[in-house]
Design a binder for this molecule. Structure first.
Ligand code: ADP
Ligand code: MG
Length: 584
């Protein structure tokens, strides 16, 4: 080892710059933040060669005095921490290192004219060397040009992706500012083509601001969130559970107008959707959280993309409550022309009020295989001449493709996926039983022996108590096997393939067992049970059975989607049918 020495300024700058400037998108983000901090009402961004060749950001903000231009490019120089107070940061910038970092990584030129000043001044910097400040003609405000990113740092340049990919990331960096800064007009030009040209707006959730971020179809299937309590305020849009993704990239999160990647916000979102979504799917969301400046530390990450809350628990509780309230208890489904309907509003959530839903079935012993599982026991297989008035999901008319129930409702037609719907009903019912003290069990006439790998047997037996509360009694049965003697009453006669269920459960428990809370584990098991215990596509239901299923569905919380997040039903309004056929 050699003696310790201070690094030359140029090297120190490059090291620091590496944290701030990763790719064109990070430059774009920093420059827009500066423009916003300068009070801009119009911001224009241009990108060439994906921003690697050239990035230009022009604003009509307060501008800089000529003597401030060299200072703006110096490290740790900022005009934003007036009283050196890191506890109440009201601006997007405060670290005073973005421009210095960019200057260390690329060629940069600042042109600025303060409001009311007779002319503009310009400075250039390249490879850590500053040029002269010179007067030029330019409008009020500031223009920053960045060229040849990482040209003299080949090691970093290698990490850049193709210009198209870099452009995409940079475009997203611009779009992320749209909802939080509605009062600012944004223009974006990529490789000479105008990609955005937005006037200022008043509402952060103005569709013009959201569509570029999420796409038109997704925006139509999002519901508003708005909540304010004790200094905390949440505004935004969240996707209906049926609108979900295998990744969390469509979650745009902000804290005090700052785009963030935040575990607490993501966690609250996940918790609020709970079992409306399977664990590996993610909802779409735009969440803009505002809270007093002193309750959040923004000085956590060089790119300012992470924050720390002073009272995380309080924030989490607030978010979950707000999000749950925003989520419709019966998510409305919107698939292209199939529009959200008033059905959802028409049926209030009914919790565990099964008795009414089942009618005579509640008292009667499970009659047939299928009936026991579904609670259809009271349904007469033949259609009644005088039927009771149908609920909002209408009266069943036919079964299509042995999978979809076609129903006629007052407002239009409804298509119900019988398996998905039934699964949701069984699941919610099991959940209600569990909440009321445990799932009712029934002994199997013939116990089922399931052979499994020793490890799986162990997993199942370790969860014996849990499974019992879910209505499953599982015991060891010699080496490499378990025996199932009791099963949930609800599924007892349903012709469930218990062998498959046990295998799926062992898999499920082995995969996530320890990592999850008891509640989450129980629900996961219930979900597996419900899926196996539900009527499969392909089974022919009578019209009366279908009607019974529809009535149950109307009373089931979260009935708009099955446990896998697929819709249980879609609707087509009568009005739209008439339009399609030119009757209107
Ligand atoms: P920070 O934003 O953390 O202060 P920067 O390196 O990004 O650090 O900017 C340094 C300073 O340059 C800012 O504090 C501000 O005074 C000035 N500045 C940068 N961009 C602009 C702009 N677009 N308009 C007016 N002033 C700017
Ligand atoms: Mg800045």
């Amino acid at each position: 080892m050699c003696a310790i020495r201070r690094l030359p300024e140029v090297v120190a700058c490059r090291i620091a710059a590496g944290e701030v400037v990763e790719r064109p998108a990070s430059v774009v983000k920093e420059l827009i933040e500066n423009a916003l901090d300068a009070g801009a009402r119009r911001i224009a961004v241009t990108l060439a060669q994906g921003g690697i060749g050239r990035i230009g950001v022009e604003d009509d903000g307060c501008g800089m005095e000529p003597e401030d231009l060299p200072l703006a490019l110096a490290r740790h120089a900022t005009s934003k921490l007036a009283d050196d107070d890191l506890l109440r940061i009201a601006t997007l910038g405060f670290r005073g290192e973005a421009l210095a970092a960019i200057a260390a990584a690329a060629r940069i030129a600042l042109t600025s004219r303060p409001r009311g000043a007779p002319c503009a001044y310009r400075i250039e910097a390249w490879g850590g060397r500053l040029g002269e400040v010179e007067p030029v003609a330019a409008p009020e405000g500031t223009r920053v040009e960045v060229r040849d990113l990482f040209l003299h740092l080949p090691a970093r340049r290698k990490f850049l992706k193709a210009p198209r990919t870099e452009a995409q990331a940079a475009v997203l960096a611009v779009k992320r500012f749209l909802p939080t800064w509605p009062e600012v007009a944004f223009r974006l030009e990529v490789e000479g083509a105008v990609r955005l040209d937005l006037k200022s707006a008043t509402d952060p959730c103005d569709p013009a601001r959201l569509v570029p971020l999420f796409g038109e179809e997704a925006v139509a299937a999002m519901v508003p969130v708005e909540e304010e309590r004790e200094g905390l305020r949440l505004v935004g849009r969240i996707g209906l559970p049926t609108l979900n993704r295998p990744h969390a990239r469509d979650q745009q999160l902000y804290v005090n107008r700052r785009p963030v990647q935040d575990r607490l916000l993501k966690g609250a979102l996940k918790a609020a959707y709970g079992d409306l979504l399977p664990r590996d799917r993610h909802p779409l969301a735009l969440l803009m959280l505002e809270l007093p400046l002193e309750e959040v530390d923004v000085n956590v990450h060089p790119q300012k993309s992470e924050v720390r809350f002073r009272d995380g628990q309080r924030v989490r509780g607030f978010l979950i409550a707000a999000l749950r309230r925003a989520l419709p208890s019966r998510a409305r489904v919107s698939v292209q022309r199939l529009e959200p309907t008033a059905f959802a509003d028409a049926c209030a959530p009914s919790g565990s009020d099964w008795r009414e839903a089942q009618g005579p079935a509640a008292a009667a012993p499970p009659a047939g295989l299928f009936e026991a599982a579904s609670g259809f026991a009271g349904a007469d297989p033949d259609p009644h001449p005088e039927q009771p008035p149908p609920g909002p999901l209408g009266r069943a008319r036919a079964l299509l493709f042995e999978t979809y129930i076609l129903a006629e409702a007052e407002e239009g037609m409804v298509l119900v996926d019988q398996h998905a719907a039934h699964e949701r009903i069984v699941y919610e019912r099991l959940k209600a039983e569990l909440a009321a003290g445990g799932v009712a069990r029934q002994a199997l006439l013939l116990p089922v022996v399931v052979e499994l790998e020793a490890e799986r047997v162990e997993t199942l037996l370790a969860a014996r108590q849990e499974l019992l509360s879910l209505g499953l009694s599982v015991d060891g049965f010699g080496e490499g096997a378990v025996v199932v003697r009791e099963v949930p009453l609800l599924l007892a006669g349903a012709g469930v393939a218990w062998r498959e269920v046990l295998e799926a459960l062992a898999e499920e428990l082995a995969a996530h067992g320890r990592a999850r809370s008891l509640e989450a584990r129980l629900y996961a098991v219930l979900s597996t049970l419900a899926c196996h215990g539900s009527v499969r596509a392909g089974r022919r239901l009578s019209l009366a059975e279908m009607d019974a299923l529809l009535r149950l569905l109307e009373r089931t919380p979260g009935a708009g989607q099955c446990n896998h997040g697929r819709p249980t039903y879609v609707t087509l309004k009568k009005r739209d049918l008439e339009r399609m056929f030119g009757r209107r």
